[in-house]
Design a binder for this molecule. Structure first.
Ligand SMILES: C[S@@+](CC[C@H](N)C(=O)[O-])C[C@H]1O[C@@H](n2cnc3c(N)ncnc32)[C@H](O)[C@@H]1O
Length: 331
């Protein structure tokens, strides 16, 4: 007899799971299932089949059997027999991955700067290159010895940037804005999960509009993909990251043009602005900062990610920091 169909637990799941045609109605060793999943992922050109297989199988076991296997426990469990209903769950998760859904979307979480962030269809899957922005801000706050920085994160999404900064800077507090209410609900949930809800607040806003307070640090990773390029992105990005998180208008710079004029009144005299930019956009964004900075207050620097792409544009008020600008700027 067929095992009962297992309903996925995560929000936005795929509904009732069809039993895969080649899944078996008898228990099979984990090692054998792992090998099969790896082969199927490899066959569709998956670049990380071993890792993805482990993550999907571990999730299926957690969903159906209710316990989580660490990486080490997974390796030691090679001979463990996996029940048919867990096999059905593995097959359902595998089908989503084979269809091009990113692993983080299937798992509903993404590791960013060493912490797990819940994600949903309403938020960008946080990217490793955004850790460059984190490094720039941490370096600056520590070098400038700002004891209890107030941080504003515009377009906070999952809250990955703001919450990481608060976790790394135990005295910091911050505000995250987003135009998407669903995104803010995810950020709020992540704040609670990380025990940071006492230091983070979230507000629905069109970038910084309506915000009257002044901050030590303003960060943003706005949407910066030119509209015409979105269709040519990989299906993993195009079909799963929200349009609102990707679309930067005709030249990719629309969000910077909207948010930059709002920042002067939100920044303290000793403040820093740190913006993530797309490949090749750093000089254009610096030019926009200069255009909005009529009093020529800001000194600007660029910071590369691990792929040597200029990923972060930082603006500091030069009159305040000119004497040790270089120290403040070199992570
Ligand atoms: C590229 S995502 C960045 C998300 C997150 N900060 C991160 O780095 O993973 C851009 C975010 O900006 C938000 N956004 C788009 N337009 C906005 C606007 N006019 N005002 C505020 N947020 C906006 C999107 O909803 C999305 O969450």
């Amino acid at each position: 007899m067929k095992e009962a169909v297992v309903k996925p637990k995560e929000a936005g799941g795929e509904g009732t799971e069809a039993a895969p045609s080649d899944s078996q109605d008898f228990p099979r060793p984990l090692q054998q299932l792992h090998g099969e999943v790896v082969r199927k992922l490899r066959a569709v050109g998956n670049p990380t089949p071993e890792l993805d297989a482990r993550l999907l199988i571990t999730r299926a076991i957690a969903d159906v059997e209710g316990h989580t296997l660490s990486h080490a426990a997974y390796i030691l469990a090679a001979d463990r027999l996996i029940a048919p209903n867990t096999q059905h769950r593995i097959a359902a998760l595998l089908a989503r991955r084979v269809a091009g859904e990113p692993v983080a979307r299937i798992l509903g979480s993404r590791e960013f700067y060493g912490r797990d962030f819940e994600i949903s269809g309403a938020v960008l899957d946080p990217r490793p290159e955004t850790e460059t922005l984190i490094e720039c801000v941490l370096h600056y706050v520590r070098a400038a010895e700002i004891e209890a920085p107030r941080i504003l994160d515009l377009g906070t999404g999952s809250g990955a940037i703001l919450l990481t900064l608060l976790a790394e800077l135990p005295q910091a507090t911050g505000l995250g804005t987003d135009i998407s209410e669903q995104a803010l609900a995810v950020a709020q949930k992540n704040a609670r999960r990380l025990g940071l809800d006492g230091r983070a607040t979230f507000q629905i806003a069109n970038w910084a509009s309506g915000i009257e307070e002044r901050f030590d640090v303003i960060v943003s990773n706005p949407p910066y993909i030119p509209s015409g390029v979105i269709d040519s992105l990989t299906p993993e990005v195009r079909n799963h990251d929200p349009w609102l998180a990707l679309d930067g208008g005709s030249d990719g710079l629309a969000a910077y043009r909207q948010l930059l004029p709002q920042l002067g009144r939100c920044l303290k005299a000793t403040g820093m602005i740190a913006l993530e930019v797309g490949a090749g956009q750093a000089h254009d964004v610096a030019a926009l900062i200069k255009a909005f900075d009529r009093e020529q207050q800001f000194k600007i620097s660029f910071h590369q990610d691990l792929a040597q792409i200029e990923r972060c544009v930082v603006a500091l008020k030069c009159d305040v920091f000119s004497h040790h600008f270089d120290i403040l700027m070199k992570p």
